[in-house]
Design a protein around this ligand. Structure first.
Ligand SMILES: Nc1ncnc2c1ncn2[C@@H]1O[C@H](COP(=O)(O)OP(=O)(O)OP(=O)(O)O)[C@@H](O)[C@H]1O
Ligand SMILES: [Mg+2]
Length: 457
């Protein structure tokens, strides 16, 4: 069932329920009020009749003038003696005249039905010096009140039906306005599904409700994110295939050379084997880095823990020192410095930076670890070849290398800093490059000590 139908049905049923309760209340209340006022009229009449002294005299009970002035079309007034005889009577209503004559020595009053008409009655004993001489009886038909109540019921029904109709149209109109943007969203989603092209939902000029705006914004944000991811992936595939092509071309052309002249010419054979070995290694490095980057693109790549940065940097520095036979000096003021993050990824990030420092410099390398205002700062400084200022902005692009000529000597693939940037982003950190050509390079990292949002970007 659609939201609109559900909402309309719910409103209608709820309204009907309220109206029924309300109408019942009004009906009962009005009946009670009118009956009470009729009873009051009867009581007043009885009091007036009793004011006459003749009514306390056995001989005058049948006087014609005693009841005449109280005559009313919808009433019957009579006096009945203890032996059950009617001695005085006023009234012309046949229904009331047909009521049985019965003497009762007590005061009684109440309500009964004659046919379908309500009748109020009151019976009062009459005394002459403490001796019961008769009974005054008044019967009053409530046919006028009943007809008023019928009008009331009709009016209540008409207004209730009118209210329900208005409510049906109102809710239908309102819910169609309310659900129009949702339907628009569904349509857009279907279109995306059909065409495979991501599209955002436009926010109209009409004032939408806050929740719907939130929904549309969340949807658009999701689309934007997907769009960015797709674009990144496309770019990655394009860059990767381009980068893979060069070493493959080199390998296949050297293999061709080997095939043709390799058996006879030793020089060519050695050159070809050398080149093929070098390019294969490059291919290996390239695919390794590419896989790592592809992995880094995943949103839930991090596994968080709290660890000591100083200890990690120390261990890493001595390991690289041994492997590359280069001096790496670690400076820190704090004995230990804890931060939350993915230890392996931070380590990988430092390996990337130190690998560059080792590759692009010859002097000793300095690593400084410090803590500034709830954040951890790491500087990696080398006194190497440095980077031109206009190149710095491109360093984090994939496959970007400052000078094509360096490729030959250092053999990098240009993915290190892209991976580094991704790791920094996932840790909500910051990475900056300060460099002067010929003087050296400092890369600074800054991370919050505790991670708030781990959802990645
Ligand atoms: N410390 C540094 N000194 C001088 N140049 C640097 C330094 N670090 C990076 N660069 C320059 O930035 C470029 C990009 O670095 P990046 O680490 O991304 O790639 P790479 O080192 O060439 O290859 P790899 O993917 O193997 O690390 C490098 O090619 C280099 O020209
Ligand atoms: Mg590198």
């Amino acid at each position: 069932m659609t939201l609109r139908k559900r909402f309309t049905l719910f409103t209608i049923f709820w309204l009907i329920f309220i109206l029924i309760l309300f109408n019942i209340f009004v009906y009962l209340f009005m009946t009670k009020i009118t009956t009470r006022s009729e009873q009051q009229v009867m009581t007043n009449k009885v009091n007036l009749i009793l004011e006459n002294n003749k009514i306390m005299d056995k001989d005058h009970l049948s006087d014609e003038g005693l009841l005449r002035e109280f005559y009313n079309v919808n009433e019957l007034i009579r006096i009945i003696t203890p032996d059950g005889k009617t001695v005085n009577l006023q009234g012309s209503d046949t229904d009331l005249l047909a009521l049985p004559v019965k003497f009762e020595p007590y005061h009684v009053q109440g309500e009964m039905f004659v046919g379908s008409t309500r009748v109020l009655y009151m019976k009062v004993p009459l005394y002459e010096d403490s001796e019961i001489i008769g009974m005054l009886e008044i019967e009053r038909k409530l046919n006028l009140q009943d007809s008023y109540m019928k009008v009331l019921v009709a009016a209540l029904s008409v207004t209730s039906i009118g209210a329900i109709l208005f409510a049906i149209f109102g809710t239908y109109w309102f819910t169609s306005r309310l659900t129009a943007p949702i339907q628009h969203m569904v349509q857009t989603m279907r279109e995306i599904d059909r065409s495979g092209k991501l599209r955002k939902i436009e926010i109209g000029d009409k004032e939408e409700s806050a929740e719907l705006l939130q929904l549309i914004r969340a949807f658009n944000q999701m689309i934007e994110r997907l769009d960015r991811t797709f674009a990144r992936q496309k770019q990655f595939v394009a860059d990767a295939s381009h980068e893979l092509k060069t070493p493959l071309t080199v390998i296949s052309s050297y293999a061709g050379m080997l095939k043709r002249w390799g058996r006879d010419d030793v020089k060519i054979r050695d050159e070809a084997i050398e080149a093929i070995a070098k390019e294969s290694e490059r291919l290996q490095n390239l695919t390794k880095s590419m896989l790592m980057l592809a992995e880094a693109e995943q949103e839930d790549w991090l596994s968080l823990q709290t660890f000591d940065v100083v200890q990690m940097v120390d261990e890493l520095a001595s390991m690289l020192q041994l492997t590359f036979q280069r001096q790496i000096r670690v400076h820190t003021s704090a004995g230990d410095l804890r931060m939350s993050g993915d230890k392996d990824k931070i380590r990988q990030l430092l390996v990337i930076l130190l690998d560059n420092a080792i590759k692009y410099s010859k002097e000793p390398i300095d690593v400084t670890v410090s803590s500034v205002k709830q954040s951890v700062r790491i500087h990696v400084t080398d006194k190497g070849i440095g980077i031109e200022e206009n190149e710095i902005q491109h360093l984090f692009e994939r496959f970007y290398r400052v000078d094509g000529a360096r490729r030959r000597t250092t053999g990098g693939v240009g993915l290190g800093l892209s991976i580094a940037k991704r790791i920094v982003d996932l840790h909500e950190g910051q990475i900056d490059v300060f460099s002067k050509p010929g003087k050296g390079t400092t890369i600074t990292l800054q991370f919050p000590q505790t991670l708030k949002n781990t959802s990645g970007r």
